[in-house]
Design a protein around this ligand. Structure first.
Ligand SMILES: Cc1cc2nc3c(=O)[nH]c(=O)nc-3n(C[C@H](O)[C@H](O)[C@H](O)COP(=O)(O)OP(=O)(O)OC[C@H]3O[C@@H](n4cnc5c(N)ncnc54)[C@H](O)[C@@H]3O)c2cc1C
Length: 422
C-alpha cells in the first residue's frame, strides 16, 4: 500500500498508534514521532478497562460541592495541588458549566457513540497484531461498603447507564461472594455490569499495535517535537506542513497531534487554546497477589478499580488535577495500597510497583477529535481523560477518515477541538 501523501502523528500512546494504523490502512505513508518508546506516557499503566458502557462524565450536577473537601483531605480520591490552582480553577469552573442536566445527557450520548464499539475493535486489532490473549471480555463489578451507596433508581450515574443499554444485575449476599470470593465480607451488595472487557497488559498492547504498524509499513521515530508549522505559501489541500523535531524538520501533508496531556502546548502556536489538564492517576500493581478476579472490580466510594493482569493485580485510581510533569505524590499510591488491602483482606498485597500517569482531560469529559480551526491539514486526537484506551481504536478510525476526506458515520461536532473557544 503506497501513497504520495505523508501523515505525521505526534504521540506514540494508544491514541496515536491506533490513529497511525488507520491512516496506513487508507494508504498514506505514516510516521509516528515520540520522545519516548511507544506506550511510555499515560498509556503505560492504566487499569486496562474497555468500558463499552462508559457514559458518565466526571462533571455531574453538584460536582462543585466536593471542592472544599478536595483541598483539605489528603486521602480524597479527588485532589488539587495548591500550586496549580491558577491552572485548575478555570478548568473546574468550565467543568461546572458543562454539568447542567441537559448538557450531561448530551455528553452521555456522545460518550456512548464513541465508546460502545471498544471491545469489538480492540479484539480485532489484537487479533491482527498477533496478541489475541491480551483482550478479554470481562464484566465489571461495582461495590460500595454501604448498601445505600448504590442507588440504581435515583442515582444519576446509574440512570445514565441504564437508559443507554448497560446490562445491570444486582448481586447480594451469597451471590456476591460466589461472584467474587476474595471480596471482603464488609461488602454485601454489588452491581455487575456489562458488556465490557479489559486488556491484561496495556503496555504490551500498545507495543504490539506499534509493531503491527511497522509491519504495515509505518514508521515510529524517537524524537522530541517542538512545533507543528503550517506553511501557508503551499496549497492548503496538499502538503505544506513541517513538523520540527530534535532530529530536524519532517515534512508532511497532514499532521495529527495525539500527544496526550502535552497536546495543548503544540496546538497553542496554531491559535487553538485547548483547556487540557493532567488528571493525574496512580496505580499499584501487586506481582503475586494469590488471587485472580472474575471481574474488573470498582470501589465506588473510593473511586478505584482492580484488574487481574498478566503482571499481577493492578489497583488504579485517583484524580489529582495539575500538570503532567509535576513530581508524583506517592502518598496517593500508598492510599490505594491500603484501600486494596481492605477490599481483599486475604490477598497477598505486599510486593508492589507503583506508577503515576497524566490522563489528558477536557472539562466536558469528551475528547477533541477533528481539524484545528483555520488549519485543515492539522488534526487533534487528544483529551480522552479516563477513557483513552477505550476510545483509541474508534478515534483512530474517525481521524483517519477525516484526513482522507471520508464522511464520518457519526456527527463529530460534539468533539470539535474548537468547541471551547468564545
Ligand atoms: C491510573 C489510570 C487508570 C486508567 N484506566 C483506564 C482504563 O481502565 N480504561 C481506559 O480507557 N483508560 C484508562 N486511563 C486513561 C488512559 O490511560 C489515557 O486516556 C490514555 O492512555 C491516553 O492516551 P494518549 O495516547 O492520548 O496519551 P499518552 O499515552 O500519554 O501518549 C502521548 C504521547 O505523546 C508523547 N509526546 C507528548 N508531547 C510530545 C512532544 N512534544 N514530542 C514528542 N512526543 C511527545 C508522550 O511521550 C506520550 O508517549 C487510565 C489512566 C490512568 C492514569
Amino acid at each position: 500500500m503506497t501513497s504520495s501523501r505523508h501523515a505525521v502523528v505526534v504521540g506514540a500512546g494508544i491514541v496515536g498508534i491506533c490513529t497511525a494504523i488507520e491512516l496506513r490502512r487508507h494508504g498514506l505513508a505514516v510516521t509516528v514521532l515520540d520522545r519516548l518508546e511507544p506506550g511510555q506516557g499515560c498509556s503505560f499503566g492504566n487499569a486496562g478497562i474497555l468500558a463499552a458502557h462508559a457514559v458518565v462524565p466526571i462533571g455531574l450536577p453538584g460536582a462543585g460541592g466536593q471542592l472544599p473537601r478536595m483541598l483539605i483531605d489528603a486521602e480524597s480520591p479527588l485532589a488539587l495541588r495548591w500550586g496549580s490552582l491558577p491552572r485548575t480553577l478555570p478548568w473546574l469552573m468550565r467543568m461546572r458549566r458543562e454539568s447542567t442536566p441537559a448538557r450531561v445527557q448530551e455528553i452521555a450520548d456522545a460518550m456512548r457513540a464513541l465508546y460502545r464499539s471498544t471491545l469489538e475493535l480492540h479484539r480485532a486489532l489484537a487479533q491482527e497484531a498477533g496478541v489475541p490473549e491480551l483482550v478479554l471480555p470481562t464484566p465489571g463489578l461495582y461495590v460500595h461498603r454501604s448498601p445505600q451507596g448504590i442507588d440504581l433508581e435515583q442515582g444519576l450515574a446509574w440512570r445514565l447507564r441504564r437508559e443507554r443499554g448497560a446490562h445491570i444485575e444486582v448481586l447480594e449476599g451469597a451471590a456476591l461472594r460466589q461472584a467474587e470470593p476474595a471480596l471482603s465480607p464488609e461488602y454485601t451488595r454489588g452491581v455487575r455490569m456489562g458488556p465490557m472487557g479489559c486488556t491484561v497488559n496495556p503496555l504490551r498492547l500498545v507495543q504490539a499495535y506499534a509493531a503491527l504498524l511497522v509491519r504495515m509499513g509505518g514508521q515510529v521515530r524517537r524524537v522530541e517535537v517542538s512545533r507543528v508549522q503550517v506553511n501557508h505559501s503551499r496549497p492548503r489541500e496538499g502538503g505544506g506542513i513541517t513538523v520540527h523535531t530534535s532530529a530536524g524538520p519532517v515534512p508532511a501533508d497532514a499532521a495529527v497531534v495525539a500527544a496526550g496531556a502535552w497536546s495543548a502546548e503544540l496546538l497553542k502556536p496554531l491559535g487553538l487554546s485547548l483547556p487540557l489538564i493532567a488528571e493525574r492517576g496512580y496505580h499499584v500493581t501487586f506481582a503475586d497477589p494469590g488471587l485472580r478476579l472474575n471481574h474488573v472490580v470498582t470501589e465506588i466510594e473510593a473511586h478505584f478499580a482492580c484488574t487481574s493482569m498478566e503482571v499481577g493485580l493492578r489497583v488504579a485510581g485517583t484524580e489529582e488535577l495539575g500538570s503532567p510533569d509535576d513530581a508524583p505524590r506517592w502518598r496517593r499510591a500508598e492510599v490505594l495500597q491500603r484501600q486494596a488491602r481492605r477490599l481483599f483482606p486475604a490477598a497477598r498485597l505486599e510486593q508492589a510497583s507503583r506508577w503515576m500517569g497524566p490522563r489528558p482531560g477536557l472539562p466536558d469529559s469528551l475528547p477533541a477529535i477533528g481539524a484545528v480551526p483555520g488549519h485543515p491539514s492539522v488534526y487533534v486526537a487528544a483529551g480522552h481523560g479516563h477513557l483513552g484506551l477505550t476510545g483509541a481504536p474508534h478515534t483512530g478510525q474517525l481521524v483517519a477518515g477525516l484526513v482522507v476526506g471520508k464522511p464520518p458515520a457519526l456527527s463529530l461536532d460534539v468533539y470539535a477541538p474548537g468547541r471551547f473557544s468564545g
